[in-house]
Every structure is written in structure tokens, then in C-alpha cells.
Write a protein that binds this ligand. Structure first.
Ligand code: NDP
Ligand code: GDR
Length: 344
């Protein structure tokens, strides 16, 4: 059978790893991108010639129906979202429209075009919020603590509801934090690894952070996208928690990243009260026993390895930027005039 996947959020961190994984597994891979006046495709540029991209938006029902009719996917991975928790207090309505109602729009498009499409919903450990037990499982009660967490909780339950109401093959993956060198710089891991590299190389002086005591279960994104795929290969659609089962504080993260570049973080870190959240999620830690037993999923990269990978990637990138800056500064103006003339 032909295997054709459609990924929403393909330009994001997870979308790029999932696209690579599905291409390597022999899928025809389609992705939804939203119209923008600037390029947002840096994470998928290296595989662009193997992907089929379609303009659509989770805010626009008809665009989703049209893309499903055009592509006729066998599997849909709904990764698109307003995914930054802090922004969800600044833009709660947009977060609800995209992260919550966007899920219903996609499920309705599936019902209309082809109810046999298998559907993955990117749910989040943020739904646990003020945790009722530790570690958290598929049965732990939700108590979301941000508009983002509330929106994801809606997305989770509408996925469960459409499975129960219309017999769709719809799965909700409750994923704990997962990171990589492709993580957006607004998220705390990448913010810290990027700053450690920039401070080491003399491009930044200090790093402002919020709550250093928050505890998270951080894994590697490359591992987590495999769990998404495995969920859609089962006989029955179900929901799964995916995490490492080990938690660390933001403080641990800072120590590790700065240690990697040989610096003492106490000389550079400033606490900025503006970065504290109106309601914080203090601790999260996932119990993935079900995913391990039923999907055969296990993480392959631990926290220490992942932070080392991220710091090293940032060091390499910042170093490259410095070299380019130096070449630009040293080169005579006529080289740039010549380069400009050669662009059609
Ligand atoms: P990113 O923020 O890196 O990517 C989000 C993607 O959604 C981008 O491709 C973005 O497009 C797209 N998008 C945003 N709004 C719309 C819209 N209205 N219509 C279509 N596309 C849109 O997120 P991640 O890759 O980190 O996460 C993937 C998913 O998993 C998200 O739903 C996130 O909430 C969820 N999740 C993530 C976890 C993590 O730790 N990474 C943990 C648990 C859940 P553009 O490039 O144009 O902005
Ligand atoms: P999170 O990730 O909110 O868990 O959501 P983030 O990296 O933003 O925050 C993690 C913890 O670090 C604390 N923190 C800071 N966070 C940021 N971004 N910037 C800071 O300066 C800072 N200082 C301390 C936060 O308060 C928080 O406790 C991520 C997203 O990918 C969601 O989409 C996903 O659903 C969840 O993970 C699981």
C-alpha cells in the first residue's frame, strides 16, 4: 500500500525530524505551510526537494479540506500550534483558535474527505499543569496552567471524542518536553545553549532567565517523532505518554551548558522577574511504561548528551557567523557590488 503522510507544522522542530524519518521510511511526505512574507523553512531546506508543500492554515477550514482532497494522505500528523507557553498569555484567543479549534477543523476535514485517514494529535505534558501525581501517566488528571495548556487539553479531548463518536483512527500523544539543535531560541534549553556559546565566543555578555527551579522531563526530539509514527502503526488507536522519566531543573540545565563551554554561569545569569509566568508549572515527569511496553519505544539520547549536542551545534554556528562577519569586514566593497550584479 502506498504510504502518504501529511504533516501540519512541518517547518517546526518536530515537523522537520518527522519529515526526515518518514522519508527514510519510504513515505511520500506532504506538508502544510502558512503564507508568510519571509522564509520560515530553514529547518526543512535540506530536504525541500523531497517534500510536497501546500499553502494552508489551521485557521482556515476550507484550506484544510482542499489540501486533504489534493493529497489524499493515509496518515496525518497534526503538529501545528501556537506552541510557546509564554506567548499564550499574550495571545490567548489566537492560541485557542490554532492550538484548540485547529484540531477540530482538521478532524472535520478528515470526516468530510476520508474517515479512514489515521490521525496523530500533538498533545502535551502541559495539560497536567498543577500535577496531581508524579510521575504522570495516561490516567493522571489534567489541570492546565496556561491558555496554551487549556487549548491543548481541548485538542486532546476532541481527538478522543472524535475517535469515540465517529470511530476515527485518532491518537493523542502526550509528549513531555523534547529539544534539539533545531529548537526555537525562545524555549529555555535553546536559549541557554545559544547564550553559553555566544558568551564563550564574546558575542553576548549576560543571560536573563525566569524561574530556575522549574523541573522538566527533557528528551531528544529525534527520538520522540518515532513514537508519533509508532502510535499510528498499531491495530487500535490509543493515547500514550512519552517522556524519559527523569527530571532536571532549569538550574541543572544552565550548569551543564556553561560547564560544556568551560564558564562559571554565576558570572553571567541575571534573574528577570518579567520572565516569570503568571501561573507556573513547577514540575513534570512522564511515566512512559505504556509506550515502552506497547510501542517498544525507548529514548536513545539522555539529557546530558542532548545538552552537549545543542551547545556544540550552537558553538559551531556562532563561530561560522563570526567568520562570515570577519570576511565581510575585510572584503573590499567591490566584491559585494560584484556579488549583487551576479544575482538575477
Ligand atoms: P514549533 O513551534 O517548532 O512548530 C510549530 C509549527 O506550527 C510551525 O511549523 C508553525 O509554522 C506551525 N503553525 C503555527 N500556527 C499555524 C497555523 N495557524 N497554521 C498552520 N501552521 C501553523 O513546535 P514543535 O515542533 O516544538 O512542536 C510540535 C507540536 O508538538 C506543537 O503542537 C507543540 O505544541 C507540541 N508539543 C511540543 C513539545 C515539545 O517539547 N517540543 C512537547 C509536547 C507537545 P511557522 O513555521 O509558519 O511558524
Ligand atoms: P515549556 O518550555 O513551557 O515547558 O513548554 P519552555 O522551555 O518555554 O519552559 C520550560 C521551563 O523553563 C522556565 N524558564 C524559562 N522558560 C523560557 N522559555 N525562557 C526563560 O527565560 C526561562 N526561565 C525559566 C519556564 O518558566 C518553564 O518552567 C514546552 C513547549 O514546547 C510546549 O509547546 C510543550 O507542550 C511543552 O514544552 C511540553
Amino acid at each position: 500500500m502506498e504510504r502518504r503522510a501529511l504533516i501540519t507544522g512541518i517547518t517546526g522542530q518536530d515537523g522537520s525530524y518527522l519529515a526526515e524519518f518518514l522519508l527514510a521510511s519510504g513515505y511520500e511526505v506532504h506538508g502544510i505551510v502558512r503564507r508568510s512574507s519571509t522564509e520560515a523553512s530553514e529547518r526543512i531546506d535540506h530536504i525541500a526537494d523531497q517534500l510536497v508543500l501546500h499553502q494552508a492554515d489551521l485557521l482556515d477550514q476550507l484550506s484544510l479540506v482542499r489540501v486533504l482532497e489534493e493529497t489524499r494522505p493515509t496518515e496525518i500528523y497534526n503538529l501545528a500550534a501556537q506552541s510557546f507557553v509564554a506567548t499564550s498569555w499574550e495571545q490567548p484567543l489566537l492560541t485557542g483558535e490554532v492550538t484548540a479549534l485547529g484540531v477540530t477543523r482538521m478532524l472535520e476535514a478528515i470526516r468530510l474527505v476520508d474517515p479512514s485517514i489515521r490521525f496523530y494529535q500533538a498533545s502535551s505534558s502541559e495539560m497536567f499543569g498543577r500535577v496531581q501525581e508524579e510521575p504522570q501517566t495516561e490516567r493522571t488528571a489534567f489541570w492546565p496552567r496556561s491558555p496554551y495548556g487549556v487549548a491543548k487539553t481541548y485538542g486532546h479531548w476532541i481527538t478522543v471524542n472524535y475517535r469515540e463518536s465517529f470511530n476515527l483512527f485518532a491518537c493523542s500523544g502526550i509528549l513531555f518536553n523534547h529539544e534539539s539543535p533545531r529548537r526555537g531560541k525562545e524555549f529555555v534549553t535553546r536559549k541557554v545553549t545559544d547564550a553559553a556559546a555566544r558568551i564563550k565566543l564574546g558575542k553576548q555578555k549576560t543571560l536573563k532567565l525566569g524561574n530556575l527551579e522549574a523541573l522538566r522531563d527533557w528528551g531528544f526530539a529525534g527520538d520522540y517523532v518515532k513514537a508519533m509514527w509508532l502510535m499510528l502503526q498499531q491495530d487500535e488507536p490509543q493515547d500514550y505518554v512519552v517522556g524519559t522519566g527523569i527530571k532536571h531543573s532549569v538550574r541543572d540545565l544552565v550548569l551543564l551548558a556553561f560547564d560544556r563551554v568551560g564558564l562559571d554561569p554565576t558570572e553571567y545569569i541575571e534573574i528577570d522577574p518579567a520572565l516569570l509566568r503568571p501561573a507556573e508549572v513547577s514540575t513534570l515527569c512522564g511515566d512512559s511504561s505504556k509506550a515502552r511496553a506497547q510501542l517498544g519505544w525507548t529514548p536513545s539520547v539522555n539529557f546530558e548528551q542532548m545538552i552537549a549536542m545543542m551547545v556544540d551545534a550552537d558553538l559551531e554556528r556562532v563561530q561560522r557567523e563570526i567568520v562570515i562577519e570577519q570576511i565581510r569586514a575585510a572584503a573590499p566593497d567591490w566584491i559585494f557590488h560584484l556579488a549583487a550584479l551576479s544575482v538575477p
